[in-house]
Design a protein around this ligand. Structure first.
Ligand code: SF4
Ligand code: SF4
Ligand code: FES
Length: 526
């Protein structure tokens, strides 16, 4: 593989790589604003200027102060090159920290801040802003400009999700290029020139495609802010858990940003995985964190003539009692395309080993509009993982379950009660079953019907695995803590097996992961 030297370090590169991309692959950052690994090269910010040593260097005539003569004298200085645009060349030597390169970075940085309002205390980007980072590393000096800065439009509503502050904008055009190149929707453009330059929405349009929040995410400064997130949290209080989006079967890799002081998720943002979602997510996925805190089931419910709330452990022992006395072979095992592979695998084991049932069904949402960018038409994160948990056994739909209940071949159910396409009215015949246990994190049709409801965690409150539409098993980490006594469904099922008097040969996450179907045991990354 060809290599070049960056600040004395050998950097391998692939043919066609720029200096910036090759350095980025090695985890090295050359200061930049306009370059983004998923977008075309614009080379407009000039923050990435580097010095390239060549046999015939390009030189720029300039003036240099001569202290002996006490005057400026003609001199040459190396002509700097944008690293985001310059191709990597075998054997070349590149300097991003030479005195000339550092001097250029400092001046570009000072130029970008000339008319900037520097309103970091009220800016949502503060703490993760490139202007702040590079001020610290490349500038470090106070403002020399003493005149009134140029004022430009502020708090402009670009659409339902995004607000624009032109005074904070560095005109890097990442937002325009994202819309053009990823969503193929030329909804953003720039207008005016020089220090009047600003980003604008196409006449008669709103920024309202399905990936609008990505424009805020690619913006390196606080010019574009998300209406959902603005003024809600300061990023330095947030912690990030590596997770996987639960919005559809694509399984975009993401971070759940949560505040441990409030035990609350504040936003979802993409995590790069070139094999799955590249650098992007859709708006529905990024906003799906709201569901983690809405409509939650955090206590047990016992419906036996009257409806009574219970503690999680009371609900588990009530479920154990009701299941101990039934003919297990007639109990439906309802897997869920919304629950993790760990939960589905332990439920399938529970059905077979504890109840002796092979009657498997699947609860799932009924689909949404997909696209050719990321969105899969299956809006369930783990259909493949749930089906794999059943192995060779046929898995029926909830319509099949209703038919089997009507024919009398099913007399009860144990369900991972995630969201389903069927309404409560459609599923109403299941109310007649004397034995019905729902493990639920949210209220929903199956949870409202079941005679015993055991509260369980959401995916944000546990470590788990989803298998996406490509068959890639992807792990997610716990972010927030569950309510007292509430456990992941796989753990509740292990305890339920004990309550029934037929313990499973599983006790912890490592053993459960060992029991996952082989196809779901491997994780693929770019
Ligand atoms: S709004 Fe942000 S992404 Fe768009 S040009 Fe300005 S700084 Fe760049
Ligand atoms: S495409 Fe699917 S997995 Fe990706 S962010 Fe959107 S909803 Fe989530
Ligand atoms: S990153 Fe190279 S010019 Fe902007």
């Amino acid at each position: 593989m060809p290599t070049f030297k960056l600040d004395g370090r050998e950097i391998p590169f692939e043919p066609g790589d720029t200096i910036m991309r090759a350095a980025w692959r090695q985890g090295l950052e050359i200061p930049h604003y306009c370059w983004h690994p998923g977008l075309s090269v614009a080379a407009n910010c000039r923050m990435c200027l580097v010095e390239i040593k060549a046999e015939r260097p390009m030189l720029m005539p300039t003036l240099k102060w001569d202290p002996a003569k006490s005057e400026y004298v003609p001199a040459d200085k190396p002509k700097l090159t944008p690293a985001c645009q310059a191709p990597a060349v075998d054997g070349q030597e590149v300097f991003s920290k030479s005195p000339e390169a550092l001097n250029a970075q400092a001046h570009v940085q000072e130029f970008l801040l000339l008319n900037h309002p520097v309103d970091c205390p009220i800016c949502d980007q503060a703490g993760e802003c490139k202007l702040q980072d590079y001020w610290l590393t490349s500038q470090g000096k106070g403002k020399r400009k003493r005149t009134e800065p140029v004022h430009k439009p502020k708090a402009v509503r670009f659409g339902p999700t995004i607000v624009y502050d032109a005074e904070r904008c560095v005109m890097c055009t990442r937002c325009i290029r994202f819309c053009d190149e990823v969503t193929h929707d030329h909804v953003l453009d720039m207008r005016e020139r020089g220090n009047k330059n600003e980003i604008t929405v196409s006449p008669g349009r709103e920024l309202n495609h399905r990936y609008t929040l990505m424009t805020e995410h690619v913006c390196p400064v606080g010019a574009l802010t998300s209406r959902d997130f603005r003024f809600k949290a300061r990023v330095w209080f947030l912690r990030a858990a590596k997770s996987v989006c639960s919005g559809c079967a694509t399984g975009c890799n993401d971070y759940l940003d949560f505040d441990p002081r409030h035990n609350r998720v504040y936003r979802i943002r993409p995590r790069d995985n070139e094999a799955v979602n590249k650098f992007w997510m859709c708006d529905d996925g990024m906003l799906s964190y709201h569901k983690l805190h809405e409509g939650r089931v955090v206590t047990g419910t016992l419906r036996n003539g009257e409806v009574r709330a219970s503690t999680p452990s009371e609900a588990l022992s009530a479920a154990g009692k009701t299941l101990a006395g039934v003919s297990g072979a007639k109990v439906a095992i309802v897997l869920s395309a919304q629950f993790s592979s760990e939960d589905n695998t332990v439920l399938a084991r529970f059905g077979r080993d504890v109840l002796g049932s092979e009657r498997f069904y699947l609860g799932a949402l009924g689909g949404w509009e997909g696209d050719s960018i990321l969105r899969n038409s299956d809006n369930n994160p783990n259909r493949a993982g749930a089906l794999a948990a059943a192995g060779e056994t046929k898995v029926g739909s909830l319509s099949d379950l209703l038919a089997d209940v009507a024919s009398g071949s099913i007399e009860g159910f144990v369900a991972l009660a995630g969201p389903v396409a069927e309404s409560g009215a459609t599923l109403a015949p299941l109310r007649s079953l004397k034995t019905s246990v729902a493990l639920a994190s949210h209220s929903g049709p199956l949870e409202e019907i079941a005679r015993t409801v055991v509260p369980v965690t959401t995916y944000a409150e546990m470590d788990g695995t989803f298998v996406n539409a490509q068959g890639i098993a992807q792990r997610f980490q716990r972010a927030v803590l569950p309510a007292p006594g509430v456990k992941p469904a796989w753990q509740a099922l292990i305890e339920l097996a004990q309550a029934v008097g037929k313990p499973l040969a599983l006790s912890d996450l490592t053993q459960v992961r060992g029991a996952l179907p082989k196809a779901t045991a491997e994780e693929a990354r770019a």
